[in-house]
Design a protein around this ligand. Structure first.
Ligand SMILES: NC(=O)c1ccc[n+]([C@@H]2O[C@H](COP(=O)([O-])OP(=O)(O)OC[C@H]3O[C@@H](n4cnc5c(N)ncnc54)[C@H](OP(=O)(O)O)[C@@H]3O)[C@@H](O)[C@H]2O)c1
Length: 366
């Protein structure tokens, strides 16, 4: 049965070469083709991670997931959506999914590999992109008291997955023999997830050190996961004679260079994970002391562990750890809800410019 174009869709657009230029665009809903389904995007989380998708969108192809007209892009987010139309026999109207979405009201998907737990979007332009971003998990429709639980897991799941995989890498490598693990942008949710995992080991032989900006030092110190909070301008928590691992979430060239210079050969491993300080990104100088920074890309590590543990093996381990972290997150994270274009634009700009409070967990809907 053919579907007819109906009410409008709305997209939040960002200039790919100038993340401060934004616009909203509306269009009639395109008719579905055979095998397609339309998702109505219900709610999504927004953190510095999403700004990083945009900041390195050209290099790592993040703009290609949800194309927009010439020079504009749709920033990817993680959230929940409901199936509102379907021309796929295995996907029914009323189902709810969790996955990678644009900052839009709707998304047309072409489900394949449909299993009880979810499906993969095989829309042609997505199939050459990392598979972890193309899978949609079927979730139950929340009851009245459940949205709060959904909010925490929606915001934290993609970030904590990275924290979990970083922790797994450190365990696999026996912490590179380090006595200190230092995390930049220690106030970020990804860093907090890693710090929580590292701090939970009763028999640990390392300290967990949070490096952060002066304005966020009290927040980092109060989390209870870091043994020491240290500001970028002083780096006083780093002992120059202590074997250390540096996990870099900030991607700030000056901070990275200062950490390497302070520790030199005592730096056992330097891992480039994030780019929260996207305006201060710089390539490492040729004479950077210590090991060359190694790029960490969570999807690569997911593929490795999926091969070794199986999809269910990885999912079970991750879900168990995530459940504990989400349950604890009420201690330090406050959910801030926004709805409509004005809220979406305001939160986007606040996070883009680094003005969001680290305790705020933004949950949005267009
Ligand atoms: N490689 C991977 O596979 C992978 C996977 C997941 C996440 N990540 C990365 O991890 C990073 C953290 O993401 P998140 O979502 O957890 O962050 P978040 O919770 O939104 O982090 C907020 C913190 O980041 C810093 N920050 C954010 N925007 C800033 C700006 N414009 N200028 C200066 N500082 C800014 C501030 O921390 P401080 O004051 O403490 O610096 C701020 O408190 C992102 O870059 C993300 O892309 C990478």
């Amino acid at each position: 049965m053919a579907t007819t174009p109906a009410a409008d869709t709305m997209d939040f657009l960002v200039r790919r070469d100038d993340l401060h230029r934004t616009a909203f665009a509306s269009a009639a809903r395109p008719a579905l083709g055979d095998g397609e389904a339309r998702l109505a995007i219900d709610v999504f989380g927004f953190t510095a991670n999403n700004v990083t998708y945009a900041a390195i969108g050209e290099m790592l192809r993040y703009w290609e997931f949800f194309p927009a007209a010439d020079g504009w892009g749709r920033v990817p987010v993680w959230g929940f959506a409901n199936v509102v139309e379907s021309r796929h026999p295995g996907v029914a109207v009323g189902e709810r999914v969790y996955g990678y979405l644009p900052m839009s009201t709707h998304l047309v998907v072409r489900p394949d590999h449909v299993r009880p737990d979810g499906f993969t979007d095989v829309t042609p332009h997505r199939t050459a992109l990392p598979p972890v971003y193309n899978r949609y998990l079927r979730v139950g429709v929340p009851s009245a008291d459940e949205p709060a639980r959904e909010d925490g897991s929606m915001l934290l799941r993609p970030l904590f997955a990275t924290a979990f995989l970083l922790d797994d890498l450190l365990v696999e490598q026996a912490f590179f023999g380090a006595r200190a693990i230092a995390l930049s942008s220690a106030s970020s949710k990804t860093a907090i997830g890693l710090a929580a995992l590292l701090a939970a080991r009763a028999d640990r032989a390392y300290r967990v050190i949070g490096l952060t900006s002066a304005g966020n030092a009290a927040f980092v110190g109060g989390l209870g996961y870091y043994d020491r909070a240290s500001t970028y301008d002083a780096l006083e928590g780093l002992a120059a004679d202590e074997p250390t691992v540096f996990v870099d979430l900030a991607g700030n060239g000056a901070v990275r260079d200062a950490v390497h210079r302070r520790l030199g050969d005592r730096l056992r491993y330097s891992c480039s994970v994030g780019l929260t300080h996207h305006e201060r990104m710089a390539l490492p100088p040729a004479d950077l002391p210590g090991p060359a920074p190694a790029f960490f890309f969570a999807p690569d590590r997911i593929e490795k562990r999926t091969r070794e543990w199986g999809p269910a093996g990885l999912q079970e381990r991750l879900d168990a750890a995530l459940g504990r972290f989400v349950a604890e997150s009420g201690r330090w994270m406050h959910i801030r809800r926004g709805r409509g274009p004005a809220d979406v634009e305001r939160v986007y700009r606040t996070v883009l410019d680094g003005r969001a409070h680290p305790a705020d967990g933004h949950v949005l809907a267009l």
